[in-house]
Design a binder for this molecule. Structure first.
Ligand SMILES: [Fe+2]
Ligand SMILES: [Fe+2]
Length: 230
């Protein structure tokens, strides 16, 4: 039987997608992912409200973005290949990077989501990509602000503050933080392309605020690190 259909054969739709997905993940022993997805969905709604996007579409993208967690990575690679979606070498080497593509396939094939903006946002929520649209940015940032660790993300204040400038700037600040702190095991080409584009756009802005920008990054991170240690 088709791997997707088999996995979701027990999925009960009540008409409340948010609760249905949350309960499905919990029933599959994915409680941490269920809680994270619910938080991301709520954060997507908040950001959609702030930046004038459909709150309903944003909530759907949020609740479904990690739905692929019900499959092990080896199965996810198989699913992506079976559906004829391109697999990049880095995704085969680091299968964590493939889950955004698997979630997109599940959203479309199982949940009958056909809004291309929702599907695209799910499909690049880990890495972002060049020319991101508003929902790509909303989901990317919401996912990072609501990371599934018990303590607050060390970049939380930095990215939250950057949201006061724009979604693009918040994404840029987050991506720059990862690169500056050398936190990425591998750089997905979509991440690099998205970062390069944002970097080009914000170079002047950053130069203008060069000193204060860099100081605010280090101060914010140092504050967080101290707080998390105490
Ligand atoms: Fe994810
Ligand atoms: Fe996530």
């Amino acid at each position: 039987m088709n791997l997707l259909i088999e996995m979701f054969s027990t999925f009960k739709q009540t008409g409340d997608l948010i609760n249905d997905c949350y309960n499905f993940l919990k029933n599959k022993d994915k409680t941490i992912v269920a809680e994270h997805s619910l938080k991301v969905s709520n954060e997507c709604v908040r950001l959609a409200d702030l930046f004038g996007y459909s709150q309903e579409d944003a909530s759907i993208a949020g609740i479904l973005h990690d739905i692929s967690a019900v499959f092990p990575y080896s199965t996810q690679l198989e699913i992506v290949k079976n559906y004829g979606v391109e697999l990049l070498p880095v995704e085969e080497d680091f299968p964590l990077l493939v889950h955004q593509k698997t979630s997109r396939i599940i959203a479309e094939k199982i949940f009958n989501i056909h809004d291309v903006n929702i599907l695209n946002a799910i499909g690049c929520h880990t890495t972002l990509k060049e020319n991101p649209c508003t929902l790509d940015l909303i989901l990317f940032i919401a996912d990072k602000l609501c990371w599934d660790n018990p303590y607050t993300a060390p970049y939380y204040e930095l990215v939250s503050d950057a949201l006061e400038t724009s979604l693009e700037y918040a994404a840029y600040v987050y991506m720059k933080y990862n690169l500056d702190e050398d936190l990425l095991k591998v750089i997905h080409p979509w991440y690099q392309q998205a970062y390069d584009q944002l970097h080009l756009g914000f170079t002047n802005y950053e130069n203008m605020e060069s000193n204060s920008f860099r100081k605010s990054i280090s101060l914010s991170i140092n504050r967080k690190h101290k707080r998390n240690r105490s």
